[in-house]
Design a protein around this ligand. Sequence first.
Ligand SMILES: Nc1ncnc2c1ncn2[C@@H]1O[C@H](COP(=O)(O)OP(=O)(O)OP(=O)(O)O)[C@@H](O)[C@H]1O
Ligand SMILES: [Mg+2]
Length: 745
Amino acid sequence: LRIDELLIPEEAKKIIKESSIQKLYPPQKDALLAGALDGENLVLASPTASGKTLVAELCIIKHVLEKEGKVLYLTPLRALASEKYDELKKYSRLLNRNGGKIRVAISTGDYDSSDPWLGRYDIIICTNEKADSLLRHKPKWIHEVSLVISDEIHVINDVSRGPTLEVVLTRLKDINPSAQFLALSATIRNAKEIAEWLQAKSITTEWRPVKLLEGVYLRGVNHFNDGSVVSIGTSDYKDPPINLAMNVINRKGQALIFAETRRKSATISRKAALALKNVLTKQEKKVLKIISEKILSTGERTRISDQLARLIQNGASFHHAGLTSTQRRIIEDAFRDGRLKIISATPTLAAGVNLPARIVVISSYERYESGYGRYPISVLEYKQMAGRAGRPKYDNMGETLLVARTEDERDYLMKSYILAKPERIWSKLAVERIMRSHVLATIASEFTQTEEGIYEFFDKTYYAHQYDSRSIKKVILEVLRYLHRQKMFDVDGSNIFATKFGRRVSELYIDPVSGVTIRDFLTKRVNKVTELTLLHMVCHTPDIYPKYYPRKKEMSELEAYIKVHLEELAYSIPDELVDKIQYEVFLGEIKCARILNAWIEENTEDDIMETFSIHPGDLFRLVNTTEWLLYASYELSRLFNRKDLLPQIIDIRNRIEKGVKKELLPLVSLDGIGRIRGRILFNAGFTTTADLKRAPLKELTNLPMIGSTVAKRIKEQIGGFVKKDEWDKVKEDKILEQTSITDFN
Ligand SMILES: Nc1ncnc2c1ncn2[C@@H]1O[C@H](COP(=O)(O)OP(=O)(O)OP(=O)(O)O)[C@@H](O)[C@H]1O
Ligand SMILES: [Mg+2]
C-alpha cells in the first residue's frame, strides 16, 4: 500500500513523504485494514521500530483534519513526550477544516493545573502522569478529545508507572466513551486481553524492518537462533562485550552494550574507549573532541562530566539515570549521528528513546536493583533491548548477543530468552499504597458521589478485567477507612464528598500519606522552624523516593548531627530499640535533608557526589520532587492557617529550585544566570539587579564564565544604558549555564 493511495488529504501525504516514507510497512497496513482510519479501537503490538508511530499519525490526521477532533497522545516518559512532540510538530503546517493552523502542544510539568490553554490545541502530548493530574482538575476540553493514543501501553506491567496509566485510560474511556482508542505496544503475550479490556481489536505482528539475528556468545563463538554458528575469535579483545562490539566497529557499525549496574556500564565504557582509541581516524577524533567539550560546558563540572569527556573523545560513553538530562541528550544525539561508536548503558535506555545500533550486546542477563538484589531480567525486557539492534536506513541486519560463560548457561539463555515468548502483562493496581491516591481522586474530582460509584469505576479497570472485582473491593475498603480517618472526605447519608483538605491533596498530585504528613506537621506546634525543619518535613513524606539509607560509616556522624539539631526536627526520633528499621529510615531522612541543605548552601555538585555518593541525575530528581512538595506545603499551610510559615517556605522553595543561598535569589531570577554565575557576580560586588544595571558591559565580560552573550542577556532583561560601540565590541560566544533543572526523567 502506497502513501499516495491513502484516503487522507494531499498535503498530509506530502509531509509524510518528506520523511522518505513511500509505502506502508505490513503492520501499518494491517492496522488500516482493521479500521484504524474508521475510528476502530485498536491495540497494535509490534516489534521495536516497526513503524507504530505512523499509524498514530495517520489517525491523528483523520481526526484533526477531517473531523475537527482533538487528540491526546500519552507517553510513559518525558523524554518520549518531547521526541513525539518534535515528530508531530511537522503537521502544524497543515490547515484544519476551518482554515486554522493545526496546533501541537506538549505538557509534562506542573501537576496542579487544568492547563486551560490546552483547550486551543488540536494535538496534546503529555506523560501518563501529567494526564492523570490534568484529569483531577477536570479541564473542560477533555470532553472534546476524540482520539486517545497510548504509546508503550505494556508499561501497565510496571510496578511504579503501570497503575497510573491504567487509571488514566479507564477514566478517559469513562468520560469519553465514543472516543477512539489506539494503544501501541511492544510484542507481548496477551495483547488480546488488553484489547478486550479496551473494547478494541488486537493486531500482533512479529514483523521488523531490519532482520534481527539473536544469539548467545560463548568464548569467541556466536550461536544464533537460525542455527548458524559464527566464530569471531578471542585473540584481539579478551572482554566479551568489547570483543563483540569491536568486531562490528571494524565493519563500520555501532554497538550498544547493556550492563546491569551503573558502575558496570562505566567500567565497560572505559574498556571500550581503550579499544577504540587505536581505530578512530583523525577526523573522527576531531569531531568527538568538540562533543566532549560540549559535555564539559553544559552544567557544572563534576567527576562524571570529566569522565564522560575523556571517554567521548575516544568514541565511547556510558549512559544511565545518574547523568543529567542534558548529558544524556548529547550522548544520544552523538550516537544517532554515528559519531559515538559504543554506548554502554543500564537497561533504562531500552525503554526510552529511539536509539538503534548495528549490534546490541547484553553483557549480563541479570539486573541489579538496590533493595532487591540480583534477579534475571524478564523476556519482555530482553526483547526490548534486543529490538534496538539494526538501524533501518543503514543496516540490512541487526544482531543481539547475550554473553554466556559456560555451555550450560548458553543453553539456558537460548531457551529462556531467545526462544522464549514474552510474558503476559499483569495489572499492578490493587495495592493500598497506590490505590489511596486514585480512590481519593475519584471522590475529590467528583467522578462519583457514592461509595457504590467508586466500586463501579474500579470495576472497569484492567485489574478487575484480569482478576476479579472482589479483591480490589477489599483494597478500596481499607483505603476508604484510611482516607476517612484522616478527614479527607465526609459522608452525608449515602453521599460522600471530599473535604477541602482531601480535594487539595488530590489536586496537588501528592500521595495522600504525604498530605497527612505535612498536615500533621502544620497543625502541631514546633519550637523552632528552620530550613532543616522544612527539609525534614519534606524528606519524611513517601513522595521522596527512593529513600536514602545511611551507610554504616555514616551512622554515627548522622547521630551526632541530630543531637545538635534536635530542636529543629519536624518529627520525633523513633526508638532504636523498639524498631531498628524505622530508626534507620529516619536517619536516612536526615541524610536526605542534608543533601538538600548542601545543595542550597551552594556546595558543588561534585562535592555533593563525593560526600553523599549521589549522582547528579539523582540529585536533580530529588531537587525536583522537593520543590514540588514545598509548593504543596505552601498550599496546605494556607489551608491550615499557618500563614506565619509562608515567607519561609517561599524562600526555601526558590533556593531549592536554583540551588543557592538566599542572598543570590535576586541574581538567579535572571535568565542565563544559574548558581555558578550568580555566585561569581555576587562575589564581584554585583549583589542586586540594580548593580548589574549600572555596570559597564566590559566589567561583566571581564568576569569568568560571563561571556558577551550572557552579559547581553543580562542587560536585555534589566535595561540599563549600553553604548552602541560597546555592544559591537563584545564578541559572540555560546556557553550557557544550566539555569534551572526542570527537565528530567
Ligand atoms: N512505512 C515506512 N517506510 C519507511 N520508514 C518508516 C515507515 N514507517 C516508519 N518508518 C520509520 O521507522 C522508524 C521507526 O518507527 P517508529 O518510531 O514508529 O517505531 P515503533 O514501532 O514506534 O517502535 P518502538 O517500539 O521502538 O517505539 C522511524 O524512523 C520511521 O520514520
Ligand atoms: Mg514507538
